[in-house]
Design a protein around this ligand. Structure first.
Ligand code: NAD
Ligand code: UDP
Length: 319
């Protein structure tokens, strides 16, 4: 049985990856320190004999007994309000954490896939974003802690690949959504859906003309799975190219949730990218992958999930 270590296992993406790898017949070790994750995301795995959980901060030395074949490094705060609240931990998990995992991969001769992000393109001047675009990041801006940690993560990963021959893969993930996102993590989908459920107005940051392209979790997991088992070492964009402005998206959410909420406008966060859309030609060619879930279907499934949460979760304010 092949063994895979998944960091960030109690988070949104990590927990779905644990489910998928167990389903595919792997032995899964989940690792997390719960800084932004939630034990509830992995409660369904507790009784699975092929799942083991280690509570650990990946910025500290990591030791795993016995064989290890694959590592997926997904630990990192991922929502702007999280990484603005815990900037040093964000920088450390992308740098020290990745260094530890590369060391582990080298020692175990394991293949390591790292979770990079569309944020490496910053506020992009090339649209849609192709993998060969170097990006436009403000290193000293408030978002720089996340963007630069992820850029460093890509660099050290390529260095370990080139210098030590470690087998590595890099996925550049574009905005992904679905069940198990944290309702109060401040990202636009949980924010709008939470507001609709609480009967509050939807908060648009800026004038709402900025765009995003939202990918459903099952499509994202499929892309990551295929990339891990491909033989391509350079970064690959995985996301849904169906782009929408935030103001149009707010209207869609009002319709979908069947509420009569209004929109209100708040300041645009510093360095908030004005446009984002993945060019997925490479993923199509290399992995024969493209997203299958239409936004309406994915949003409905996500809304059902948020509706199923308790009133306590719905009204919990973390920030
Ligand atoms: P998340 O916050 O739900 O999950 C991250 C998990 O990592 C949490 O469970 C958290 O507790 C854990 N973690 C953070 N620091 C840790 C540390 N030092 N040691 C151990 N565990 C730690 O976020 P997510 O949306 O699931 O994102 C997962 C990964 O995917 C991140 O690396 C993120 O940068 C990347 N990503 C996500 C998106 C997206 O749209 N969701 C987009 C681009 C990149
Ligand atoms: N946004 C918004 N209202 C909110 C939360 C976010 O208008 O309540 C905007 C945010 O400014 C950004 C977009 O929605 O332009 C996506 O934000 P998110 O935090 O989901 O992810 P990002 O792509 O910025 O990392």
């Amino acid at each position: 049985m092949k063994k895979v270590l998944i960091t960030g296992a109690a988070g949104f993406l990590g927990s779905h990856l644990c489910d998928r790898f167990l389903l595919e017949g792997f032995y899964v070790i989940g690792m997390d320190n719960f800084i932004t994750g939630d034990k509830k995301n992995i409660k369904q795995l507790k009784s699975n004999p092929n799942f083991e959980f280690i509570e650990h901060d990946v910025t500290e030395h990591i030791s795993i007994e016995g064989e290890l074949h694959y590592i997926l490094h997904f630990a990192s705060p991922a929502s702007p309000i999280d990484y603005l609240k815990i900037p040093i931990q964000t920088l450390k998990v992308g740098s020290l954490g990745t260094h530890n995992l590369l060391g582990l991969a080298k020692a175990k001769k394991a293949r390591l896939l790292i979770a990079s992000t569309s944020e490496v393109y910053g506020d992009p001047l090339v649209h849609p974003q192709t993998e060969d675009y170097y990006g436009n990041v403000n290193t000293i801006g408030p978002r720089g802690v996340y963007d630069e940690a992820k850029r460093f993560q890509e660099s050290i990963t390529m260095a370990y690949h080139r210098f030590h021959g470690v087998e590595t893969r890099i996925v550049r993930i574009f905005n992904t959504y679905g069940p198990r996102m944290r309702l109060n993590d401040g990202r636009v989908i949980p924010a709008f859906m939470g507001q609709a459920l609480r009967g509050e107005d939807l908060t648009i940051f800026g004038d709402g003309s900025q765009t995003r392209s939202f990918c459903y979790i099952d499509d994202q997991v499929e892309g990551i799975f295929r990339l891990l088992f491909s033989d391509y070492v350079y970064p690959v964009n995985i996301g849904n190219p169906n782009e929408i402005s935030i103001s149009d998206f707010a209207e869609e959410i009002i319709k979908l949730t069947n509420t009569d909420q209004k929109v209100i406008y708040k300041d645009l966060p510093v360095n908030d990218p004005m446009q984002r859309k993945p060019d997925i030609s490479l993923a199509k060619k290399l992995l024969d992958w493209e997203p299958k879930t239409q936004r309406e279907e994915g949003m409905l499934k996500t809304f059902e999930y948020f509706k199923s949460l308790s009133q306590e979760d719905l009204f919990k304010r973390e920030h």
